[in-house]
Design a protein around this ligand. Structure first.
Ligand code: AGP
Length: 617
């Protein structure tokens, strides 16, 4: 998962390329690069750097290059460690063409071997260099052919999901953009064209965008765009208005993550208000793409996603089964593709993805769509691929999330899954309008509890707990019923932000083996539950842990004295609806792991080895 951008037009390209890369750096920050054609000699000029974009900015500032045709890249390494040689752009042998690429060429080793047999020499470990050499090879083979013919024979051999942009010395007024699976779009400017993995890259620079259909390539000159399918057929295309704005979110917080943690109550209320207005105005069905009676006849749901969105799906299952009384399957997107799939009547398949670009979730959605099953996307990005590919969509309205570690989108996903459960229950006649309104109130109270708990404990966590717990290397997270998937999310957050080892178990499972891990060196973080029957079971588990000198940190609810007594550290959360414990506890959980990561001096918004949007499978 990387970001690719390209420019051709009346202006020099560096200004757009670097601005676009800054906007897309959430997709990968292992390395970066820029290449352009010298406007006089058409020679390929380039600069590459390891690490964050600042390094590339410094390199270009120190030794300026620019031209009217340029390409850029930020890298999330898939093949080869983060070095300058492995950074993009990658070149053919004679550096007469340059390529930036997002995705994976799955048969790169076969093509590399073939090209080596033809005498090609490779310098990097990347699959991308194979694209450059293979284009050089086909150009050689088809000296007199149209460039479109060359590309048709080339894509015949490339396997995998990819989006790449290419510039050639021999074609100084051309930018080539090729898409298969991974997203690519073209901004239509006045005398200039912008190519990028995500339209946010050129928001504010032009008004219209061409979302390249899957398995197409575009030949972009200063005058026009020629779009072809992979058979070489020239395609007509329509452009859409760009309805997204790049908000350069300057703010007083020390990081995007902290800002987004504090935005949660507001984000939840904004999402719920938007959903409510859609439902009350009757526009919900248009947005969802279903007729009102679709919900009436709904028999079952499947929720699927990756990472935090998968954890949200597992909590959403409790909401929908408890409130709407219909069964819910939850699937991990990356596994769903390999599982037997049983399409059925009146089953709704909900793809949950804040970015709407996660390859695992998109590919699972495409598999379900191919079975003509009903699909709905729950996302935070209206311009995303998932909105264009699902039958209907629901927006989180949480506002842009910049930190790689998802926080506000997690609680917004929970809130929208909760109101979706209320809505299905209402349409099925399982609950009344009063009960639905009561549900909205409970959600509002949970969002309130999230914020008040955050405010109550933030200084104590900063001053006392994070310095204390940053000294431990391993943690165990436990929960029961709806707080087990919440514990999964908490463990993910600690791993993502602090790089510490975190294991998560359903509380009742510890005694079946993992209890061996318990001792005074491995803190256990227990997320309690308001339901008295479940609480009682959690108290037994807590006592078993203490009986083995375990160190116990408890996120409990008001009045849960027994747990408060047993715990080495107890955080009290106001009592709320039992199902909504995860929302009320979320802010505190996130700030707890945040300050441990800060204590360890981790790069909070851009942790190592991951990226905000995972666009490769
Ligand atoms: C969460 O903090 C991570 N950034 C990651 O697990 C993320 O939730 C996952 O990649 C799914 O992203 P999506 O919601 O954009 O599909």
């Amino acid at each position: 998962m990387s970001s690719v951008v390209g420019y051709i037009g009346k202006n020099y390209s560096w200004d757009f390329v670097i601005d676009a890369l800054v906007r897309l750096e959430y997709r990968g920050y292992d390395a970066a690069g820029f290449a352009c054609l010298d406007s006089k000699t058409h020679e390929i000029l380039y600069r590459k750097s390891v690490g964050h974009l600042d390094c590339l900015i410094d390199k270009v500032a120190d030794d300026v290059i620019d031209g009217n045709v340029g390409i850029g890249h930020t890298r999330w390494a898939t093949h080869g460690v983060s070095t300058e040689v492995n950074a993009h752009p990658q070149f053919d042998e004679a550096k007469r063409l340059a390529v930036v690429h997002n995705g994976i060429i799955e048969n790169h080793h076969i093509l590399r071997a073939q090209l080596r047999g033809e005498g090609h020499v490779f310098y990097s470990e990347t699959d991308t260099e194979v694209i450059a050499h293979y284009l050089e090879f086909v150009l050689e083979q088809k000296k007199h052919a149209q460039i479109s013919e060359v590309l048709v024979s080339m894509v015949e051999r490339l396997q995998g999901a990819y989006a790449f942009i290419c510039i050639l010395q021999q074609k100084p007024d051309l930018l080539i953009a090729v898409r298969k699976g991974s997203t690519l779009c073209i901004g239509i400017g006045d005398g200039e064209f912008f190519v990028a993995s995500d339209p946010i890259a050129f928001a504010g620079r032009c008004e219209h965008v061409l979302y390249m259909p899957d398995e197409t390539f575009a030949l972009v000159t200063r005058q026009e765009i020629e779009l072809y399918d992979f058979e070489g057929t020239r395609l007509t295309f329509s452009v859409e208005p760009i309805d997204i704005v790049w908000e350069d979110t300057g703010h007083e917080f020390e990081s995007h993550m902290l800002k987004e943690i504090y935005e949660q109550k507001q984000a939840i209320n904004a999402g719920v208000a938007f959903f409510k207005s859609l439902h009350q105005s009757g526009n919900l069905w248009n947005s969802l793409g279903f007729k009102p009676d679709f919900f009436k006849n709904l028999n079952q749901l499947m929720l699927f996603g990756s990472g935090t969105s998968w954890n949200a799906a597992q909590i959403g299952k409790f909401f929908i089964e408890s409130i709407a009384k219909i069964p819910v399957n939850v699937a991990l997107a990356s596994e769903l593709r390999h599982m037997p799939f049983f399409p059925g009547e009146n089953i709704l398949h909900v793809a949950i993805s804040q970015s709407g670009e996660t390859a695992d979730t998109l590919e699972a959605l495409r598999m379900i769509t191919a079975m003509n099953a009903s699909t709905l996307a729950l996302t935070n990005v209206p311009s995303s691929t998932i909105v264009r590919e699902a039958d209907g969509f629901l927006l989180l309205k949480a506002g842009p999330e910049r930190s790689v570690c998802a926080t506000k989108v997690f609680t917004s996903e929970l809130a929208i899954l909760y109101v979706l459960a209320l809505c299905i229950a209402f349409e099925k006649g399982v609950i009344t309008q009063e009960e639905m309104d009561e549900g909205y109130k409970k959600l509002f109270i949970a969002a309130q509890a999230l914020e008040s708990t955050l405010e109550r404990y933030k200084y104590e966590i900063m001053a006392t707990y994070s310095p204390r717990y940053a000294q431990y290397e391993k943690f165990i997270f436990i929960g029961r019923h709806v707080t087990y998937p919440f514990a999964l999310e908490a463990a993910l957050k600690l791993k993502e932000t602090s790089y510490l080892f975190a294991q998560c178990y359903p509380a009742g499972e510890l005694k079946h083996g993992a209890m061996t891990l318990i001792d005074e060196h491995v803190p256990v973080i227990l997320y309690s539950h308001v339901d008295p029957a479940i609480y009682k079971k959690l108290v037994s588990t807590a006592q078993e842990i203490k009986a083995r000198n375990g160190h116990l940190i408890v996120f409990g609810f008001k009045g849960q004295e027994e747990l408060a007594e047993i715990a080495d550290c107890f955080f009290e959360i106001p009592t709320i609806d039992p199902l909504l414990g995860p929302i009320a506890m979320a802010g505190l959980m996130q700030i707890f792991v945040y300050y441990i990561a800060k204590e360890l001096d981790r790069p909070i918004d851009k942790p190592r080895n991951v990226a905000k949007t995972v666009t490769v499978e």
